[in-house]
Design a protein around this ligand. Structure first.
Ligand SMILES: Cc1cc2nc3c(=O)[nH]c(=O)nc-3n(C[C@H](O)[C@H](O)[C@H](O)COP(=O)(O)OP(=O)(O)OC[C@H]3O[C@@H](n4cnc5c(N)ncnc54)[C@H](O)[C@@H]3O)c2cc1C
Ligand SMILES: *[C@@H]1O[C@H](CO)[C@@H](O)[C@H](O)[C@H]1NC(C)=O
Ligand SMILES: *[C@@H]1O[C@H](CO)[C@@H](O)[C@H](O)[C@H]1NC(C)=O
Ligand SMILES: *[C@@H]1O[C@H](CO)[C@@H](O)[C@H](O)[C@H]1NC(C)=O
Length: 586
């Protein structure tokens, strides 16, 4: 069966004329006045709807100002969301506890892009999409150096959550470290018209609080970013073994401006990305159309999902491993989506910065038979995304523990992430932002299977829970604000030495807590909710009793294999059998 997906994938790549379905709006209204807000995967961490009584779509900064004033005057809770709502935790959802609320969508506030070529800077409206910004600056012969790999995001949204690409060079891989101006609309006194615009610059006290602020301080209306003269990049991948990866990642990050590493633990494989800038006059018109962000035939996404589900329910690890091998083989063949022209013909692939850093071709074309693989309307891929940020030298201990765990529980138990993108390892620099990274850091991302409903345990979930707890608790990693299951945020405030400074600014700019919600408290303040039956299954809690797992289905709360203090939901065929020993394949 896997052969046919492989083939379909290959055919798709060669033919590339499949038509696609645009992502739906994250705001779905039922016609009776109320609307629901979703993230791009269609499901929040708690799987509950986010009901919003009123949504407004300002087109100008002045309309934004009036919306904030209206909410303040009417004592409404207020949140902002972008065109596609790509943040996974429920941050964009306005509070429900106090009755009425307003949601501002920035999807129509997306036209202003003013380039100041002499000063190598650009000022953009908060709702402008990343692709539009990149294309506009490239057309002016300039380049934006740092950007996330996924282009379906808005400038306001990506800055707010500390989004990043990968670089230890220059100002580094985090976009917020390239900002030199930011306009923030905050609530104000009646005499000031209920709302005002703060024009912040790096010298302002509030600047470092406002850069990464999750929409908790106010609405970001304008962002001024530094640019550089246009440049190209030359990219190659080396798919090799993962030996010594713990001793190589530091040098790799230092040596190549846009380095990253994708580690496929079950396959003992690491793909090192060799990626440096080259001058514009070097020939090459390549693009990086990242495979995972290309439009997929809906049939393929559905059948991969269906098989993953059958394999998980059937505890078929070898099936998952076959799937992982075929995908890895395909990625190697097509260089992850790098294209010298129409297709990949060989390394290095050289192309303009604007075509190499960021992609998302599944966002565009129109039609019915292809889409982003995770489009919530198609029963396609459905997964969790864990993203942990480590002080650079500490990442080594994490790798060593993961390797130890892999070897103890058997590598087959790690095939689940290798079906997706393995462990994507990226590099970001120290930032002045209060809720940014205080030191040079390494970010690791991994995606893994999520069940269709909250009460269905996953066969290998104990492994991913242990890896998560290794990262966030044993090794003190910080969670990416825009990703992760809720447990990753437990106690997050104690991991930021400037957290109290941020809270001080919050009190000053938003004294009524207009921009707070029960969800933002849960995430940003890392508050643990009440532990209910089954809460461990979806990372809504760390289990401490069997009932937090699924004893009825054979999943019990057990200690970790490498990290004793971890508590994970592990399958054990009989409740009477001691199940602390690693499980085996079927
Ligand atoms: C497929 C995919 C790939 C991704 N790849 C990367 C990656 O490579 N690197 C990375 O770091 N991240 C990545 N992300 C995460 C993504 O960059 C963040 O989730 C980003 O915040 C999404 O921006 P958005 O415009 O969709 O914001 P939203 O999800 O709409 O909002 C995010 C937060 O910002 C607030 N907000 C939005 N606009 C404003 C505004 N104008 N003023 C004030 N507050 C605002 C919202 O209230 C919310 O709290 C990826 C996500 C997906 C789904
Ligand atoms: C929704 O909010 C707008 C302000 O942005 C306001 O003018 C309008 O009356 C509100 N609608 C409802 C039904 O409250
Ligand atoms: C590119 O331009 C630089 C100077 O700007 C020049 O030294 C170099 O020879 C040029 N290279 C090519 C391949 O044209
Ligand atoms: C596991 O999946 C593989 C690949 O689909 C299949 O060939 C095999 O028969 C399955 N094994 C079991 C025990 O279901």
């Amino acid at each position: 069966m896997y052969r046919s997906w492989w083939l379909l994938g290959a055919i798709h790549l060669l033919v590339s004329v499949v038509t696609a379905m645009l992502p739906q709006s994250p705001i779905q209204c039922d016609g009776t006045g109320g609307c629901n807000l979703f993230n791009s995967y269609g499901v929040w961490n708690d799987r509950k709807n986010c009901h919003v009584p009123n949504v407004t779509y300002p087109r100008t900064e002045n309309e934004l100002l009036r919306a904030v004033a209206y909410a303040n005057q009417n004592k409404l809770k207020l949140r902002v969301v972008s065109q596609f709502s790509h943040t996974i935790p429920k941050l964009a959802c306005p509070a429900t506890s106090t009755g009425n609320s307003l949601l501002i969508s920035t999807s129509s506030y997306d036209s202003g892009i003013e380039i100041d070529a002499a000063n190598l800077a650009v000022t953009v409206d908060g709702g402008v999409g990343l692709r539009k910004l990149i294309d506009t600056v490239e057309a002016a012969g300039l380049s934006l150096v740092a950007a996330p790999y996924w282009e379906g995001v808005s400038i306001g949204g990506l800055i707010s959550t500390g989004s990043h690409g990968s670089s230890w060079w220059g100002k580094g891989g985090s976009v917020h470290d390239h900002i030199v101006g930011l306009s923030l609309i905050v609530p104000a006194k009646q005499s000031e018209g209920y709302a005002k615009i703060l024009r912040l610059e790096p010298k302002d006290q509030l600047f470092n609080a406002a850069k990464v602020s999750m929409g908790l301080l106010g609405v970001i209306s304008k962002v001024k970013l530094l640019l550089e003269k246009g440049f190209k990049r030359s990219v190659s991948y080396d798919f090799t073994d993962d030996d010594q990866i713990e001793n190589k990642y530091m040098d790799h990050g230092k040596k190549y401006e846009f380095a990253d590493i994708t580690w496929y633990p079950s396959k003992h494989t690491a793909a090192y990305r060799y990626d440096n800038r080259v001058p514009l006059n070097i020939s090459g018109d390549g693009v990086y159309d990242f495979l995972g962000f290309q439009a997929n035939p809906i049939l393929v996404s559905k059948s991969v999902r269906a098989s993953e589900k059958v394999m998980d329910n059937g505890h078929n690890l070898s099936g998952k491993c076959i799937l992982a091998s075929s995908f890895l083989g395909y990625k190697k063949l097509v260089a992850n989506g790098l294209k010298n022209g129409l297709i990949f013909t060989g390394y290095p692939v050289i192309g303009n910065q604007g075509k190499m850093q960021t992609s998302g071709s599944c966002l565009y074309s129109t039609g019915k038979d292809s889409s982003c693989a995770w489009d919530p309307r198609i029963n396609g891929l459905f997964f969790y995304e864990t993203t942990a940020i480590f002080p650079a030298p500490k990442f080594r201990d994490f790798i060593l523990d993961v390797k130890k765990l892999r070897d103890l529980v058997k590598p087959e138990n790690f095939c689940g992430v290798d079906i997706y993108n393995g462990f994507l390892i990226r590099f970001i620099k120290a930032s002045e932002a209060y809720l940014g990274q205080p030191e040079e850091s390494v970010v690791v991302d991994f995606n893994y299977y999520r069940a269709d409903d909250a009460s269905t345990p996953r066969f290998d979930q104990d492994v991913w829970e242990e890896v998560e707890q290794l990262a966030f608790f044993k090794h003190g990693a910080k969670p990416h604000w825009a990703k992760n299951r809720n447990m990753a945020f437990l106690n997050v405030q104690s991991k930021y030495s400037k957290f109290t400074k941020f809270v001080g600014v919050k009190r000053q700019l938003d004294p009524q807590n207009m921009f707070s919600s029960e969800w933002s408290d849960e995430i940003v303040f890392g508050k643990e909710g009440a532990k209910s039956d089954g809460c461990g299954l979806e990372g809504m809690c760390i289990c401490s009793e069997d009932r937090h797992c699924s004893p009825g289905k054979g999943y019990f709360c057990k200690p970790g294999v490498v990290y004793e203090e971890a508590r994970v939901c592990r399958y054990s065929p009989s409740s009477n059998v001691e199940s602390d020993s690693p499980k085996t394949d079927l």
